[in-house]
Design a protein around this ligand. Structure first.
Ligand code: FES
Length: 500
């Protein structure tokens, strides 16, 4: 079984673009080379702006390359949740904005002839019992004239009730982003890989973006990193960082269901889809969400997904397993636009698990703002908004959770380990001379030791035994065993430590 996303098995080798090694000046510096950053680069360069994309690792291999590749106009939390907070006009506008973004993706695939297996597919929602979600969703759909239809009799999953939405879509998200990056005008758009950004300075007349070896001077900067980098507390306190796992399997039956399937079992959502390329077929299941850095055992979440598949299909082989991160906004709408009034920095965050569509939409909204052009959705997703009523309950819950993690660290309790007690391939938190360090023992018996305190705001990281990373339970920063930042708001690596 490969510990990588299914999509990366079909992508070209990473690191096709150079590292930035000298200072440059551009109109717009885009931090992050996922679907948001690359689409923003496309839109802005087409409009005549000179842009630079600064990707910490490899284009498309972050959250975009770990998503489901499903494209749909409703939202992960369902329209009924949205309707519980907003009026029907808002729900309709969210749907329309997401439909526009889906069409933009389809148009890009066509115009640039991107070989990414894009196809229009139906989306199915079904429940095995209770049916409250389906009943509520159907009710909201009727109110806003969204045409769900009944399931056909030969529906491939056991269910008690379900509905179908036509004309959604699927693709290989990594091949799409790599194809789009490849199609960009090299004169106006430079892409840099292995170029992590360490800080951003918003000056009066320009933004300075600092990498390890260079400074990018720009008129504007876009944080296309899924969550803004740095101490952006107005966002980090209203977003909950979650992680889900994906597994891909081959089936003995060779009968792979076509479409996007969202099944609700015991109130837990499981997303299922098939994928085929080059004669190889796979069934993918994604689910088992949990707060980043707070799982008792990440392995248990993957095992649950595998068991879920094995209970419903004759599974031949599990071929891939991977994790993906998302940030849930307390008021259910993403934050897209200027970081704050008059700022030269733009943010695009809080996409929940709907980021392929929201990332595309964010690219267009932000490009319009930079061009000083009206966008009909800018007020809907206004980044600097404050909606105390809409976000109240979840805001309190997320912050209480973060506070609890801080206190846990300060109390210096938890599962401290002996250095010698850590087996090869395993890891643990060790206290030495009153300092917490994160220790990973390599297969050859050597140790990799880094500070256990997250460089974002000093919460204590915890071990992710599936992806072999140190994950921060407060705002979702993740680090590899050498301490390098994988994702999240932290700019800097966990400092290396030596134990005598
Ligand atoms: Fe904020 Fe670690 S991500 S403290």
């Amino acid at each position: 079984m490969l510990k990588q996303s299914l999509w990366s098995s079909f992508a070209t080798a990473p690191a096709q673009y150079p590292k930035l090694e000298g200072d440059i000046a551009v109109d717009v510096a885009i931090i992050g080379g996922g679907i948001t950053g690359i689409t923003a680069a496309q839109v802005l360069s087409e409009r005549g702006f000179k842009v630079a994309v600064l990707e910490a690792r490899s284009i498309g291999h972050g959250t975009t390359g770990h998503s489901t590749g499903n494209l749909y106009i409703i939202i992960d939390e369902l329209l009924s949740s949205l309707k519980a907070k907003y009026d029907k006009g808002v729900v309709k506008r969210v749907l329309q904005s997401r439909k526009d973004a889906l069409e933009k993706i389809e148009q890009n695939v066509r115009n640039f002839q991107i070989d990414c297996d894009f196809s229009r597919q139906p989306l199915f929602l079904y429940e095995d019992a209770n049916n409250m979600k389906i009943l509520e969703e159907r009710k909201v759909a009727e109110e806003i004239d969204l045409a769900f239809t009944e399931l056909a009799e030969d529906f491939p999953f056991e269910q008690d009730m379900g509905i179908r939405l036509e004309n959604q879509a699927q693709f290989n998200p990594l091949l799409y982003v790599l194809g789009l990056a490849d199609a960009l005008d090299e004169e106006r758009c430079s892409i840099y890989e292995n170029t992590p950004v360490r800080s951003v300075e918003d000056q009066e007349d320009r933004v300075l973006v600092y990498t390890d070896d260079a400074i990018v001077a720009a008129k504007y900067a876009i944080h296309a990193t899924h969550t803004p980098k740095g101490l952006e507390l107005q966002y980090h306190t209203t977003l909950g960082p979650y992680r889900e796992y994906g597994v891909a399997a081959r089936l003995e039956s060779n009968s792979y269901p076509q479409g996007i399937f969202w099944g609700y079992y015991n109130n837990q959502k499981y997303s299922i889809r098939s994928y085929s390329r080059g004669g190889e077929k796979y069934l993918i299941a994604v689910g088992s969400p949990h707060k980043v850095g707070q799982a008792e055992s990440n392995r248990k979440h993957v095992e649950e997904l595998v068991a879920f598949l094995q209970e419903r299909f004759i599974v031949g082989q599990i071929t891939h397993t991977w994790g993906g991160q998302n940030y849930k906004p307390a008021d259910l709408l993403p934050f897209i636009g200027r970081k704050e009034k008059n700022s030269r920095e733009f943010v695009a965050t809080g996409f929940s698990t709907d980021g392929l569509i929201y990332g595309t939409l964010a690219a267009v909204i932000i490009a319009d703002k930079i061009e000083d052009k009206f966008n009909r959705y800018e007020d809907l997703y206004e980044a600097a908004r404050h909606e105390p009523v809409k976000s109240a309950k979840k805001f309190v819950k997320e912050n209480a959770n973060v506070a609890a993690e801080f206190l846990k660290d300060l109390s210096f309790k938890g599962d401290d380990k002996d250095l010698e007690g850590i087996a090869p391939g395993e890891a643990g938190i060790v206290t030495r001379n009153g300092e917490k360090v994160a220790v990973y023992r390599e297969e050859n018996g050597g140790y990799k030791i880094v500070s256990a305190l997250c460089t974002h705001m000093a919460c204590m990281v915890s071990w992710n035994n599936v992806e072999e990373s140190w994950d921060c339970p407060c705002h979702g920063s993740r680090f590899n065993t050498s301490g390098e930042v994988i994702e999240g708001p932290a700019f800097n690596p966990l400092p290396k430590k030596i134990i005598e």
